[in-house]
Write a protein that binds this ligand. Sequence first.
Ligand code: PHE
Length: 343
Amino acid sequence: MIEKLSAIGGRALEEIEKTSSFESLDQIRVSLLGKKGSLNEVLKGLSGINPEERPVIGAAANEWKRKIEAALEVRKSSLEKVHLEQQLQKEKLDISAPARLAHRGSLHLVTQTVRRMMQIFGRLGFDVTLGPEAETDYLNFEAVNIPADHPARDMQDTFFLGPGVVLRTHTSGVQMRSMLAQKWPVRVLCPGAVYRCDHDATHSPMFHQVEGLWVDKNVRMSDLKGVLQFWARELFGSDTQIRLRPSYFPFVEPGAEVDVSCFRCRVKASDDCKICKGTGWLEVLGAGMVHPRLFEMAGYSGDTEGLSGFAFGIGVERIAMLLHEVPDLRLLFQGDVRFLSQF
Ligand code: PHE
């Protein structure tokens, strides 16, 4: 039996040495050491042997088992080494090759511009408030001092959705909603999409506004100037100046158009400045002191002595176009990613 064991063991060691794959190595293991493996088959004959010899044969069988296991282990690790070596050869990495950059999305230029403004006015204590784009005729017009027969309605070519409902032509209705919802002090910023029936290189039927409202006791026009001055410097550069020109909006009195000095030619008004067309100034927004009629409409009563406020309305697309020298408003809404991903 000892010879039989040595024959099996010796052959096994040779075979193990010759194996070149993990699969055949495993097959050898099963055929020798498995339950029905040849080593076990030999040991099954142990019962027919006299008891004195059994321990000797058992020890020899265990010795072969150990040797075979060790040989399997050695072969396995050398096969692993070869395998790894082959893989490294095959999958060579060129770490000097330029990286392929992952595609990253970006926010739409209009969204970016609105967010910048929310940040700037947020630092002055303005809360952001939103309202519906389908607005009542009453809040869009009447409540902000534009009655049905008022000529100012023509300033804003309106989309009518149905009786008494319009696509809001400005976010001033949201300001009125804020005043209806709370007493002074009110300091809100109303960003959002607005709609006017107009379409060319500088007008879109849908565009965005950021309107602001500050109502409290003794709010003065100089406060309005200070707030807008801060905004203009943050957005266009620290040496930006603003100027107010008298203008008319039904919801403010007095009202003003506000210009900022050209951030390119810095009021030098150079003739070839493409941004300001040589005027040195850029018209960017409307503003004014809240018309007292709006406080009445808001139901403000009681201790209203000295109550005042200012409002302003900024066209977001115009600001974005100026800052990034976008020549045509329509580019912003055509959904061409090659254009949009520049910002
Ligand atoms: N609501 C005005 C518009 O859309 C903008 C504005 C707001 C003007 C506040 C003055 C004061 O045209």
